[in-house]
Design a protein around this ligand. Structure first.
Ligand code: XUL
Ligand code: CO
Length: 439
């Protein structure tokens, strides 16, 4: 029954020739691609913050969004209305998973005790609705960046009282995530970074961050939370220099502090580009190191240098994303979370649905293209051939550890003519295009 989104029908698959804006053109949840249905491959997730609480503010102007709960002034009533709307929204789009920050779903009270009480009340309601609507929690997290107490960071604040508050907040968020059966728990270092080294003890801040993560691991063990811990890298915003800069930085941090067996990464496309990487680079670094945990799907804007969190419609990037996911053997227990928001000018509720439809269709198509490309092994075969010199002769000896500098010098002295082969980048790009255009 529709209570919040009366003007929007249930979104069904109508195929690629449909002209109905409120229908999927490519996302057909039960269609089998390889060994799984599209729904199982993609594990689409609704982000609570952008979908239910985003107001469309920007640094120059007030919120613009028109929502069915506008005008409700009682904060707990408002939280309940949004929670009901969230489940109606997921039902209409056929989305099974959602993700939230603690403060998205329930308002802060006058102190931590009242805040926790508010959260408990909403979590109980959320649990009831999850059962009724058959929905699952992909991940929970704690918002430790919005409130002014986190002005200098949370686990990396210079103020020990803030560190303690953040610990209490994550303790509660872990309990709540466990209560709702969350399959993962995310740490995005909201304000864990610095503005200037003139006032910053970077070593103490990073040591403290590691202490904080160890405490989280210990507490999860204590309460029996078995979900996957994820760190979400981002190079900047809100701080000038975020500690979890990119996947490689996170990996070396985890190794240094003996945390690597407990954490994987949640990769966000727009964060990758802010770090000067393609999203495919970040996914590949994670995959080859066995830490590809989950994805925040969205895209930035080529001409704007900040985290615009747009709905992903770039089929090229989406295809390469799904290519990495398939090479990883899938993304579960992670998923594809729409950390994406409608533009400030797209302020009607219909736009929320249209944004998700565009993103879900993009990734459905990308999945099919990536699957065909991988099945064909066209790229794989090229790469294998490109490195064939390491499967025989001197290359094989190098890989097997049979030669040292002296032996290699002897080899090089006797090998006066070195011949390289073309990398054929343009050919490979046109093969990729062919798969995208023909699928
Ligand atoms: C911020 C961002 C967050 C995290 C969760 O850039 O991506 O919403 O995904 O805290
Ligand atoms: Co994100």
């Amino acid at each position: 029954m529709s209570k919040y989104f009366n003007n929007v029908p249930e979104i069904k698959y109508e195929g690629k020739d449909s002209k109905n804006p409120f229908a999927f053109k490519y996302y057909n949840p039960d269609e089998v691609v390889g060994n799984k249905t599209m729904k199982e491959h993609l594990r689409f997730t609704m982000s609570y913050w952008h979908t239910l609480t985003g107001e469309g503010t920007d640094p120059f102007g007030a919120g613009t969004m028109e929502r069915p709960w506008d005008g409700e002034t009682d904060k707990m009533e408002l939280a309940k209305m949004r929670m009901e709307a969230a489940f109606e929204f997921m039902d209409k789009l056929g989305i099974e998973y959602f993700a939230f920050h603690d403060r998205d779903i329930a308002p802060e009270g006058k102190d931590l005790a009242e805040t926790n009480k508010n959260l408990d009340e909403i979590v109980a309601y959320c649990k009831e609705l999850m059962q009724k609507h058959n929905k699952k929690l992909l991940w929970g997290t704690a918002n430790m960046f919005n409130n002014p107490r986190f002005v200098h960071g949370a686990a990396t604040s210079n103020n020990a009282d803030v560190f303690a508050y953040a610990a209490a907040q994550v303790k509660k968020a872990l309990e709540v995530t466990k209560e709702l059966g969350g399959e993962n728990y995310v740490f995005w270092g909201g304000r864990e970074g610095y503005e200037t080294l003139l006032n910053t003890d970077m070593k103490l801040e990073q040591d403290n961050l590691a202490r904080f993560f160890h405490m989280a691991v210990d507490y999860a063990k204590k309460i029996g939370f078995t979900g996957q811990f994820l760190i979400e890298p981002k190079p900047k915003e809100p701080t000038k220099h975020q500690y979890d800069f990119d996947v490689a930085t996170v990996l070396s941090f985890l190794k240094k502090y003996d945390l690597d067996k407990y954490f994987k990464v949640n990769i966000e496309a727009n964060h990758a580009t802010l770090a000067g990487h393609t999203v495919q680079h970040e996914l590949a670094v994670a995959r080859i190191n066995g830490v590809l945990g989950s994805l925040d799907i969205n895209q930035g804007d080529l001409l704007l240098g900040w985290d615009t969190d747009q709905f992903p419609t770039n089929i090229y990037d989406a295809t390469l994303t799904m290519y990495e996911v398939l090479k990883n053997g899938g993304i579960a227990p992670g998923g594809l979370n729409f950390d994406a928001k409608v533009r400030r000018g797209s302020f009607e509720v219909e736009d929320l649905f249209l944004g998700y439809i565009a993103g879900m269709d993009t990734f459905a198509k990308a999945l099919k293209v990536a699957h065909k490309l991988l099945e064909s092994r066209e790229l794989e075969k090229f790469v294998e051939e490109r490195y064939s010199s390491f499967r025989e002769g001197i290359g094989k000896d190098i890989v097997e550890g049979k030669v040292d500098f002296e032996a290699l010098e002897k080899y090089a002295l006797n090998n006066s003519v070195i011949k390289n082969k073309s990398g054929r980048q343009e050919l490979l790009e046109s093969i990729l295009n062919q798969y995208i255009l023909n699928e």
